[in-house]
Design a protein around this ligand. Sequence first.
Ligand SMILES: Cc1cc2nc3c(=O)[nH]c(=O)nc-3n(C[C@H](O)[C@H](O)[C@H](O)COP(=O)(O)OP(=O)(O)OC[C@H]3O[C@@H](n4cnc5c(N)ncnc54)[C@H](O)[C@@H]3O)c2cc1C
Length: 367
Amino acid sequence: MDIAIMGAGLSGLACAITLEKNGIYPTIFEKRSKVGDRFVNGEILLSIFAFPVHDCIASLSEEYEIYLKPTSSIQRLELYSKNEKAFIEGHLGFTNIRGREHDSYESQLGRQLKTSIHFNSEETYEQLLSNYSHVVMATGDGSYAKETKNFREDLTVSIKGATIEGSFDRYSVMAWIDYDLAPYGYCFLIPYSKTEANISIAVPDLEGNYALDMTKLWDSFYQMVRSQLKQAIPITDQFHITKYPIGICNSARVGNTFYTGNCFGTMMPFMGFGQYAAILSGIYTAYDLCGLGSYEELMKPFRASYEDSLVLRRAMEQLSNEGLDRIIRSLQGYWGHKLFHTKRINPLKVASYLLRPYIHMKGAASK
Ligand SMILES: Cc1cc2nc3c(=O)[nH]c(=O)nc-3n(C[C@H](O)[C@H](O)[C@H](O)COP(=O)(O)OP(=O)(O)OC[C@H]3O[C@@H](n4cnc5c(N)ncnc54)[C@H](O)[C@@H]3O)c2cc1C
């Protein structure tokens, strides 16, 4: 069995590490010049989206021998709508760094790998298919899956972000769900340290958003953060992504091609989370290749989560700032705490079940 992995990001590396642990050494191709050679940004792993797992980092090390050091734990989540706020406290998850930093998650995974990576690769899927018995597509988006007609694209998102300097509480993450700032989208402030943080704004490319000027939205978001924090927060680095596709494959495995990570559809349409699922999809791809399970079967819970998350996304698109204010107000206090700390029910599933009858589901598979 000759295995080629296309893409040395979270899912491709998790797949390769797991294969190695089982005595299989794949050939890895990465189009960039080193692991994580891309913009730097802050990301989060929230336990609420990993149900029934309460601690993703502990679970990855205990169950899969994948070791990740987050930047910090999250002990406080500040949610802001236009006129309301909710502060949720407790152990809510982790922050981490991505991209060209020594301790980014992809750099950490890269150091756990024995196999060397072919960088600056220009190999095409067709070339890999003809030279290897099995191909793992872990390229970080659905474009290859789309070309092979195996991908249902549900939306695209434009994202702008920056690294800022200032004074931050590294245990707190701030999120704004205010349609004046980001119509039908969201904004985040994720600290990397006491003195550096990432701010970002994500806006879905809906018909009603086509005329939006991302630069203007960004400027008003940046000014708002400056005034809310009462700090100058100079920008030291920036990135801008347009039309990032979010969707899901019809089949996780087609013949001997495995669609892994975002290439499968591990990025959740609701708020764009996907790191944990991407890593697990890499591990599960390796399990299938080692004869330890069926990738298609193992990905079924992620497929269900994707569809639940899509219901929430469509619900978000039908809300106004008044509706968001009501939701955020209801999260302040007992119910917010309960929701973020529940160990018995999957909040994403329950919300999706309750909302499904009221939502017009363009493009989604009906269940
Ligand atoms: C701006 C942004 C913010 C996000 N924030 C969060 C967050 O806070 N929390 C969360 O859980 N998730 C978040 N996500 C989602 C998360 O980052 C992804 O779900 C995750 O990185 C997907 O892993 P992956 O392995 O599929 O892709 P990646 O980790 O992106 O890796 C793909 C790799 O494939 C390589 N590649 C691409 N094409 C080729 C090719 N043709 N040949 C060889 N190599 C190729 C790329 O260079 C890259 O190294 C965010 C995503 C974005 C874009």
